[in-house]
Design a binder for this molecule. Structure first.
Ligand code: PMP
Length: 373
């Protein structure tokens, strides 16, 4: 048969996470540590706000950037987070929507994007689909930012450096010192930073540091899906300072011809969400993080993460690769994701602890038993 598919489709392959999901669907009551989303539901008041907007007939397109009432609420927040005088803000279809618009607006074929490894999977595939090249800088074994390696990775083709703190898949939170060091490199070489701060609410040791505060050539991508249990609502936003206004204008133009706008009734529920106190939910994840870490630390080589809801541990020695270990874990009813989904290495595996304490306990037991053989 004639091949109708564009060549770019050969540059990507199905997400390894989805493959584990598919396997999980065949298991009976598994310990599921694979799903990268909260298990809690959207708070009732926020659901009511979305339902109210739908009933009220707010079901049409919004402006490309989003509803004014929502943007008016977001702008002061971005200003407070960053210190920027006149923040440019647009609502996106999740952070994924923001990533696609940003990459489409920025990446020419051959452009290089510096990405700390391990990384969120979408970066690699979107950059490749657009003809760009990810230059990975290795952050093993402790997942701190390897500032010197980042400096060495910069070339004349470097367009941007991606930072994601708190991080998926490691849960790593960058220190102010690390942020300042990478900002210095970006400033000296006039490179943009793209800061994916989707996990900002889940910072357990100290208040979240917004990277925009350190560098005005930062494109900030933030989201609501993880923070309010609304991953299916597809809500996110992009923000930058006036220094990057042409970038925001281009992203808006591309939004006109792609997504058109973020879903209007869900946009209109955001003010209620932003006023809702989620601290008890965050505290519950902090407790689960401690529980999982304490349960694994004697048996696994694992760093205590400062944020998000992930832990990234090294495979036990008796397995050749993390993929081999994950296969065995799945055979024993525990779903985890092999590190090579998020990395050029296959040495670690990701656990997501957004499940019940009981399931976390069962998961620790089984994983430790497998490690000991
Ligand atoms: N960035 C990171 C680091 C993520 O982990 C995710 C979701 N797993 C996204 C972006 C995409 O988020 P959204 O659902 O808002 O598109």
């Amino acid at each position: 048969m004639k091949n109708y598919l564009a060549e770019r489709t050969t540059l990507i392959d199905a997400s390894g996470i989805r493959k584990v999901f598919a396997l999980g669907a065949t298991l009976k009551d598994p310990v599921n540590l694979s799903i990268g989303q909260p298990e809690f539901d959207v708070p009732e008041a926020v659901k009511e706000a979305a339902i109210g907007a739908i009933r009220d007939g707010q079901n049409r397109y919004s402006q490309t950037a989003g509803e004014n009432t929502v943007l008016e609420m977001l702008c002061p927040r971005v200003k407070a987070d960053t210190g920027w005088d006149a923040p440019q803000v647009m609502l996106t279809n999740g952070v994924s929507g923001g990533l696609l618009l940003a990459f489409m607006a920025l990446i020419n074929p051959g452009d290089e994007v510096i990405v700390p490894d391990p990384y969120f999977v979408m970066y690699k595939h979107l950059v490749r689909m657009l003809g760009g090249k990810c230059v990975f800088v290795d952050c093993y074994p402790d997942f701190t930012l390897p500032v010197e390696k980042i400096a060495d990775a910069v070339t004349d083709r470097t367009k941007l450096i991606i930072l994601n703190s708190p991080s998926n898949p490691t849960g790593q939170v960058y220190s102010e010192q690390e942020i300042k060091a990478v900002v210095k490199i970006a400033r000296e070489r006039d490179i943009l930073l793209l800061s994916d701060e989707i996990y900002e609410m889940f910072s357990y040791e100290h208040p979240h540091l917004c990277i925009g505060r350190y560098y005005d050539k930062t494109l900030l991508l933030k989201g609501f899906g993880k923070s309010y249990g609304m991953t299916g609502w597809r809500m996110g936003y992009a923000a930058c300072s006036e220094a990057l206004k042409p970038l925001m204008e281009s992203m808006l133009m591309i939004q006109q011809y792609t997504f058109v706008c973020a879903p209007t009734p869900f946009q209109l529920a955001l003010p209620t969400a932003m006023d809702y106190d989620m601290s008890s939910y965050v505290q519950a994840y902090r407790t689960k993080r401690d529980m999982l870490y304490d349960g694994l630390k004697e048996t696994f080589n694992v760093h205590k993460p400062g944020g998000a809801f992930y832990m990234f541990a090294e495979k036990p020695e008796r397995y050749a690769t993390a993929t081999d270990f994950v296969k065995d874990a799945i055979a024993h009813n525990v779903l985890v994701i092999p590190g090579n989904v998020f990395s050029e290495h296959d040495s670690h595996f990701r656990m997501c602890y957004t499940t019940t304490e009981d399931k976390i306990r069962q998961g620790i037991d089984i994983l430790c038993r497998l490690a000991k053989g």
